[in-house]
Design a protein around this ligand. Structure first.
Ligand SMILES: Cc1cc2nc3c(=O)[nH]c(=O)nc-3n(C[C@H](O)[C@H](O)[C@H](O)COP(=O)(O)OP(=O)(O)OC[C@H]3O[C@@H](n4cnc5c(N)ncnc54)[C@H](O)[C@@H]3O)c2cc1C
Length: 371
């Protein structure tokens, strides 16, 4: 089988890129080891922080800020192409100080980027969220923080890809990467071999493992995050509330996500009693009325963390047709629209909208093949 582009990994990054490329008339096949959109992209909380492109200093901040500018229209386009509402909502966020977790560093970061925020004392915070504990005395509101419902977004993306002619092949783990004269000529799964002009590896936390056999040592490791999902009759809060790296994310239907942990536990995608109890303690401390709320579900996901903290976006060195877009760690949902845009531009020979130098893969990431 042959196609213009093979994308390996159908999470939010692979599917968003496939959608972009198919929109340019490219024939695209996405291979996934299972159903698409079942890993980190499904597990994430869907927080979409704000951004301000003119004030964004680092390349990563620019990737986030450019994505912020794209999310609304992207969601509307997915809705019109598929009829699926991905849950993109302009809900706003509160970042607060609780115990040892001060909101000050976050306040300084947003202010220096030029993102709109409003400082609030305890009373001001509770005017927005009356159920917030009286232990919180300091924080700020980010009016432009948004959210998306990951499973809905992934369903919309998969359907939109199919409608644009993308061939989504599920239960097809790529096991072998065939190189000819430095370039990649095909990838093999147990049952098929696919040739293509270009390849892009978007296998999240598995990308390093996958490329190792082809002679690339990409430092991307899994970092486990656990989530508790509460279900209440009516929504208790409206804003996403963040305390350091932990958060509450309310959905319109009364569901409320509590996250998350950062654990180096290899590929063990499980919940632990300790982490779940700690997340529940955190949630009840912040919103005491959650004490009587029903826990509907818990889950874990594996964030793809790169050595640099930023994703790898670009060509594999030594090749002219093999690309990587992986390692988005805690920010793969929020940065997916701009990631897909710049990768499409790169793969179509256009000038990318952002400078991708800081995301490049260099020769220090190239090792001898393990076999
Ligand atoms: C608990 C938690 C909360 C999070 N919250 C947020 C948040 O609020 N906002 C945010 O922006 N981000 C969040 N993230 C991070 C975000 O989910 C990730 O950065 C993002 O999903 C990475 O997307 P991906 O497509 O690279 O990887 P994945 O979604 O993991 O997709 C990789 C795909 O590759 C496939 N694959 C792997 N190996 C192979 C192979 N050999 N052959 C074929 N296919 C293969 C997998 O099956 C999978 O479908 C969170 C993550 C977690 C775990």
């Amino acid at each position: 089988m042959s196609t213009d582009v093979v994308i390996v990994g159908g999470g939010v990054i692979g599917l968003s890129l496939a959608w972009q490329l198919a929109g340019q008339g490219r024939s695209v096949t996405v291979l996934d080891k299972q159903q698409t959109g079942q890993e980190a992209s499904w597990a994430g909380a869907g927080i979409l922080p704000p951004g301000h492109l003119p004030g964004a200093r680092t390349s990563f901040d620019q990737l986030r800020a450019l994505s912020v500018d794209m999310w609304k229209e992207f969601s509307e386009q997915l809705l019109s192409e598929t009829g699926i509402d991905n849950g993109y909502r302009h809900c706003g966020g509160l970042t607060v100080t609780l115990g040892d977790d001060s909101c000050e560093p976050y306040r300084a970061e947003w202010t220096s980027e030029g993102v709109e925020l409003a400082d609030l004392d305890g009373e001001g915070l509770r005017d927005y969220e009356p159920k917030l504990t009286t232990k919180v005395e300091d924080g700020f509101r980010l009016p432009d923080l948004c959210q998306v419902r990951n499973p809905h977004h992934l369903q919309a993306l998969a359907k939109a890809c199919r409608q644009r002619g993308v061939d989504l092949q599920c239960d097809q783990p790529v096991e072998e990467i065939i190189q000819v004269d430095g370039n990649i000529s095909s990838v093999k799964t147990r049952s098929r071999s696919l040739t293509a002009d270009q390849f892009c590896f978007t296998a999240g936390a598995w990308t390093g493992q996958l490329l190792n056999a082809a002679g690339y040592s990409l430092p991307i490791v899994p970092v486990r995050g656990q989530i508790v999902l509460y279900r209440t009759e009516v929504p208790l809060i409206r804003h996403v509330i963040e305390v350091g790296k932990r958060y509450l994310v309310p959905r319109e239907d009364g569901r409320l996500l509590v996250g998350s942990t950062e654990e180096n536990a290899g590929y063990e995608k499980i919940n632990t009693d300790l982490a779940i109890a700690e997340l529940q303690r955190f949630a009840i401390q912040l919103i005491p009325s959650l004490k009587s709320a029903h826990v509907e579900k818990t889950w874990a996901g594996l964030r793809p963390m790169s050595e640099t903290g930023s994703p790898f976006l670009g060509l594999l060195p030594g090749t002219e047709n093999a690309y990587v877009a992986a390692g988005h760690f805690r920010a793969g949902l929020q940065t997916s629209p701009a990631t897909a845009l710049v990768m499409r531009q790169l793969m179509c020979g256009e000038q990318p909208s952002l400078d991708l130098k800081e995301f490049a893969i260099n020769m220090t990431h190239v090792v001898e093949p393990t076999s």
